[in-house]
Design a protein around this ligand. Structure first.
Ligand code: SF4
Length: 289
């Protein structure tokens, strides 16, 4: 189940409408969120995803996002807690400790990059540099070596040159995300970018940049998925696969996994170990162990 824990955003990335449409950041109180998680658990829900436009800037008095995450993960009956979407500026060690150390907090962090060039990052008002982002990735991986990282990328932001885009491509190659959402820049009304910067990268160039980085990411995703073949992982069953004789579920790291309906007593909500036997860019295939 989805559990909204905060709304709005104070970051004002120049391409984004959220601060205008959803307003400033407002967090719910921690006790209220925990009560809702308890009610969800009592109704049979095993996985919750904490939601917010800028979820890791959550704050309720003295409680920060790490406190909230642990409090929800400690609710009896909740087996997995995820969160989305965080901003790279709010990853204190305490939050990494919580992700790395709590058995029911999923080992997956979505870490939106947007661009890998400092001038573009500054134009976007992302508030981190390429070097700072890479330091954060290294810090996350040092603390939690088996973490799965995913990201968002915008290609063809206002005035982005070929050399600047090449730095985004290079960063994707360096970090090796497990998967990525890759978009062409598209102007949103009333944003700073729409008011102050010309949307001057030709559409065909944007499309070609997206295609190039998508192609790179597909290779990385396939390699990462194939590297899992032979491993035993726990899958939370969500329902039928595309074929009626298959179950479909997700690993702790949020990877879609499909396996034959051979076992007894398995149903949506079951948490079961499976062995990965094959993999594509987007899907793991498995068998019961
Ligand atoms: S992209 Fe995310 S962090 Fe930036 S303004 Fe929009 S919601 Fe906030």
């Amino acid at each position: 189940a989805w559990l909204a824990v905060m709304r709005g955003c104070d970051n004002f990335c120049t391409f984004c409408v959220v601060p205008y449409t959803r307003g400033r950041e407002r967090s719910r109180d921690l006790i209220g969120v925990v009560r809702e998680a308890e009610a969800l658990a009592a109704s049979g829900c095993k996985q919750v995803t904490l939601l917010g436009q800028n979820v890791n800037s959550y704050r309720d008095g003295a409680h920060d996002f790490a406190d909230l995450l642990v409090a929800v993960a400690d609710v009896r009956g909740i087996e997995r807690v995820r969160f989305t979407s965080p901003h790279p500026k709010d990853f204190p060690d305490k939050l990494l400790e919580a992700v790395a150390g709590h058995p029911r907090i999923c080992k997956h962090i979505h870490l939106p990059l947007q661009a890998g060039n400092d001038r573009i990052l500054q134009l976007m008002n992302r508030t981190y540099t390429r070097a700072e982002y890479l330091v954060l990735v290294a810090r996350i991986r040092r603390r939690c070596p088996d973490i799965v990282l995913t990201t968002d990328i915008i290609a063809g932001f206002c005035s982005e040159t070929e050399a600047e885009f090449a730095e985004t491509y290079d960063l994707v190659q360096q970090v090796e995300y497990h998967s990525a959402y890759i978009f062409k820049y598209s102007e949103r009304k009333n944003t700073v970018a729409a008011r102050k910067f010309a949307d001057d990268v030709p559409d065909a160039v944007k499309a070609e940049r997206v295609a190039r980085v998508v192609e790179l990411q597909r290779k990385i995703s396939l390699n990462k998925n194939r590297a899992l073949i032979g491993q035993v992982v726990e899958v939370l069953v969500e329902g039928d696969g595309k074929r009626a004789d298959q179950w479909r579920g997700r690993t702790d790291a949020n990877l879609i996994t499909v396996f034959p309906k051979t076992g007894d007593g398995i149903k949506p909500g079951s948490l079961i170990p499976v062995r990965i036997t094959d993999a594509t860019v987007t899907t793991l295939y498995a068998e019961l162990v």
